[in-house]
Design a protein around this ligand. Structure first.
Ligand SMILES: [Zn+2]
Length: 442
């Protein structure tokens, strides 16, 4: 009888695959921190959130004094080598990424990345992606980031007329895309290329809607913002370059019209920081960065530093700046993002990683720090990188917050990110689908 009871107890005490006991929970919904919470996980899903300790003989983490946040999203990613980059995302707690095209992004390349994200042997984030770029020959990004990898009909679509758009949208709708990537922009720096015509934007949005698809537009200034809104675009994958003026009644009217669509707008402040990186060698000394990037930052190519100096000068002219500090570059944009957030826009974290000095995984934390530089509240910033992001991916039923029924993607932190946003880098463990992930050994 005693033996039977003992057996029964041991069975009961292993009812979860993993338990995190007595942790401070920041669930990603924007709600306040909940202290003394215990989380039970079975088969990769959160099945219990309790205020009493959960009994589990094995696989039990004592969360006392620690902080649990949902797995983070980077919603603007490019990669030329996902086998190298995916473990870096996981190392930094980024358990979901949104790939918005790229010169290698053929259907096969996208499928290979998704497959990697769906397996659990090698550390890799869950992958969401857009279609290939809808752009034109001699425009952004194939001209501005020229590479022989841009191949019309494979990794990019060179639009020639509006009739062709009907066929192309039908073609890409067969693949598991979140939406269509439409590149409106005139290039990141002078000499600028031409923007695509308004009629191409209008037609792409119209055709996409027939398949229940939304358009994710790449814009970089106020003219392109207006073109996107007037064309019916639902999501923007960049903020950088846009200037908001609350006193401009015409712009405010335009934004209110946009807001009715409940759009998502990705931040990408890291673009500006990445331009400044080579002239700030001290930024490379962060211990958290060296964990994963020791080799790649050891020696900085002098020609890159030279190029960066020239480019920073061009940008200062464009932005009308007299100094090249991070604050001068970023604070006006953070003020604008805060304003849009206050208006009710769904702001989402994204970095545009894949470009120089924009580091997979690490830079998402930099993006959060940049927003906090403008005094945006950590609780709100975390929501932008979790639940808001999952909503943009239309994956809010399974991802984006720590709630019963959702996939157990979580990051356990040693210190409170609400006290200091840079504490998101003090990562104790990364959990994807209920499994503690292997991190890079620094
Ligand atoms: Zn990009």
């Amino acid at each position: 009888m005693i033996l039977f009871l003992a057996g029964c107890t041991s069975e009961q005490s292993d009812q979860f695959d993993l338990v995190i006991n007595n942790v401070n929970l920041i669930d990603g919904t924007g709600g306040p921190l909940q202290a003394g919470v215990s989380i039970g996980i079975i088969k990769g899903k959160i099945v219990a959130i309790d205020t009493t300790l959960l009994d589990n003989k094995k696989n039990r983490i004592d969360g006392t004094g620690k902080f649990l946040i949902p797995g983070l999203f980077d919603c603007h990613v490019h990669t030329s080598d996902f086998e190298r980059d995916f473990p870096r995302f996981i190392h930094y707690g980024v358990t979901s990424i949104f790939i918005t095209g790229g010169s290698l992004c053929t259907n096969d390349f996208y499928a290979a990345m998704c497959k990697q994200g769906n397996q659990d042997t090698i550390p890799a984030p869950i992958v969401f992606h857009t279609s290939q770029h809808f752009s034109m020959e001699g425009r952004h990004p194939s001209k501005t980031y020229s590479s022989s990898n841009w191949r019309d009909g494979e990794s990019i679509f060179y639009l020639k007329d509006t009739i062709q758009i009907q066929r192309l949208v039908k073609e890409v709708s067969k693949y598991p895309i979140v939406g269509i990537k439409l590149t409106i922009e005139d290039g990141p720096a002078p000499p600028f290329v031409e923007r695509i015509p308004q009629s191409f934007i209008d037609k792409t949005v119209k055709e996409a809607s027939k398949y229940g698809l939304e358009v994710f537009a790449h814009i970089s200034d106020n003219i392109e913002l207006e073109m996107a809104i007037n064309g019916g675009v639902q999501n923007l994958v960049h903020f950088t370059g846009v200037k908001i003026d609350p006193k401009d009644s015409i712009q405010m009217k335009l934004l209110k019209k946009f807001l009715e669509r409940k759009p998502f707008w990705v931040t990408t402040l890291m673009i500006d920081k990445s331009f400044l990186y080579p002239i700030h060698p001290e930024w490379f000394e962060s211990e958290s960065m060296l964990g994963a990037y020791k080799e790649s930052v050891k020696e900085l190519d002098p020609s890159l530093v030279q190029r960066a100096k020239i480019y920073v000068g061009i940008l200062m002219d464009e932005y009308g700046l007299t100094e090249n500090s991070l604050e001068a570059f970023v604070l006006p944009q953070v003020t604008d993002i805060q304003f849009l957030d206050g208006m009710g826009f769904n702001m989402v974290l994204g970095t545009d990683t894949g470009n120089d000095f924009n580091f997979p995984g690490y830079s998402l934390h930099e993006e959060m720090q940049l927003l906090n530089l403008g005094r945006m509240k950590p609780l709100n910033i975390i929501k932008m990188g979790t639940l808001n992001a999952a909503k943009m991916m239309n994956a809010q039923d399974s991802l984006g917050s720590i709630e019963v029924g959702k996939i157990a993607n979580m990051v356990l932190l040693d210190k409170s990110p609400l006290e200091d946003i840079s504490n998101t880098l003090l990562i104790n463990s990364v959990i994807k689908r209920g499994v503690i992930q292997e991190r890079i050994k620094g």
